[in-house]
Design a protein around this ligand. Structure first.
Ligand SMILES: Cc1cc2nc3c(=O)[nH]c(=O)nc-3n(C[C@H](O)[C@H](O)[C@H](O)COP(=O)(O)OP(=O)(O)OC[C@H]3O[C@@H](n4cnc5c(N)ncnc54)[C@H](O)[C@@H]3O)c2cc1C
Length: 309
């Protein structure tokens, strides 16, 4: 029987592991298919405090793991297939085997949605990105024309943020009006640097041969016309999907599958806690995920301590 099982090994998972390990609870971290989480897919992280020159994403996550393991966190490269939260102790099916836990911290993150067009995958981190806050300030985007794809609040926020860096921001949307809230739409559309491109979809990101983004191919839905728009960066903001399918029916989520914390980081199930992007559709940053992991670690420790009194 494990005292604490942490599902996920991104910043939220490793920080929860660090805190529960230092509380001498010997947490078991189940890494899932992506040990280290999303940050391992990026080369340079410039906004994680403590690294004035920036830090390689893979290195940052390896250091988090080492720090948690130093205090007794146990690592298993397992994928959780299903959970039973109907009674305590909780049962998790991990790669066909069973793990039993007094408390569980869910830190399974979220995946960004892809356009699924040619060039998108090949040029990821070479001008294609899914996070303006993370990458917008990079030198390659400064004073350059940029493209944001999407029409919701996130797309507007990304476009507005990018006005600080790009020369012009083309906001590409498949409809003839934004589906963002009125306040966000108004803010975006009244910014002189943001140019909407209506009724249009990106059909290809250019230029794989040059190994960097030079533009996008567009198709106008209404006229059928095809065109090329030059740009140095493509910021895709068409939504995030939390990695929470295995918890469906076991725990309270919102309509999009984000887990809803109730008291601090506790969920509606006593003894199950949540941290990071699987419960956060607003900030989605490594530092906020790590902060939530810290809170979940402390909440789990206090929950167990209160029970043992
Ligand atoms: C390309 C890119 C660049 C980024 N750059 C920055 C940046 O510069 N600065 C910044 O602050 N943020 C950045 N982000 C965002 C940042 O990566 C996320 O906000 C952060 O990683 C979220 O942490 P998390 O711990 O919640 O989830 P994640 O890091 O997504 O980790 C989720 C973990 O859950 C595991 N998991 C999922 N399902 C299961 C399962 N069934 N069983 C077991 N484990 C499971 C996965 O294997 C993974 O280890 C970037 C994101 C991307 C994609």
């Amino acid at each position: 029987m494990e005292k604490v099982v942490i599902i996920g090994s991104g910043p939220a998972g490793w920080t929860a592991a660090l805190y529960t390990a230092r509380a001498q609870l010997a947490p078991l971290v189940l890494t899932g298919k992506q040990p280290g989480g999303l940050l391992t897919t990026t080369s340079i992280v410039e906004n994680f405090p403590g690294f004035p020159e920036g830090v390689d994403g893979y290195e940052l996550m390896t250091r988090m793991q080492q720090q948690a393991e130093r205090f007794g966190a146990k690592t298993s490269f397992g994928v959780v297939e299903s959970v039973d939260f109907s009674q305590r102790p909780f049962t998790l099916v991990v790669d066909g085997g069973k793990v039993v836990a007094e408390t569980v911290i869910i830190a399974t993150g979220a995946s960004h949605k892809h356009l699924g067009v040619p060039g998108e995958h090949d040029l990821e981190t070479k001008g294609v990105t899914y996070c303006a806050t993370c990458d917008g300030a990079l030198p390659v985007f400064r004073n350059q024309p940029l493209v944001v794809v999407g029409g919701g609040d996130s797309a507007c926020e990304e476009a507005l943020y990018l006005t600080r860096f790009g020369s012009v921001i083309h906001l590409i949307h498949r409809r003839d009006s934004l589906r963002a809230s009125k306040i966000m739409s108004d803010r975006a559309l009244s910014n002189p640097k943001i140019k909407p491109v209506w009724d249009s979809v990106v059909t290809e990101v250019l230029d794989v041969k040059l190994d960097k983004v030079t533009g996008v191919k567009l198709k106008n839905f209404k006229t059928g016309a095809e065109s090329v728009l030059n740009c140095a960066g493509v910021f895709i903001a068409i939504g995030h999907a939390p990695n929470t399918a295995i918890f469906r029916g076991q725990i309270e989520m919102d309509g999009n599958g984000f887990i809803i914390p109730k008291h601090g980081t506790m969920t509606n199930v006593q003894g199950v806690f949540v941290a990071g992007d699987c419960a956060d559709h607003v900030y989605r940053q490594a530092i906020t995920a790590a902060g939530a992991g810290c809170a979940a670690g402390i909440d789990a420790e206090r929950f167990l301590a209160a029970e043992n009194h």
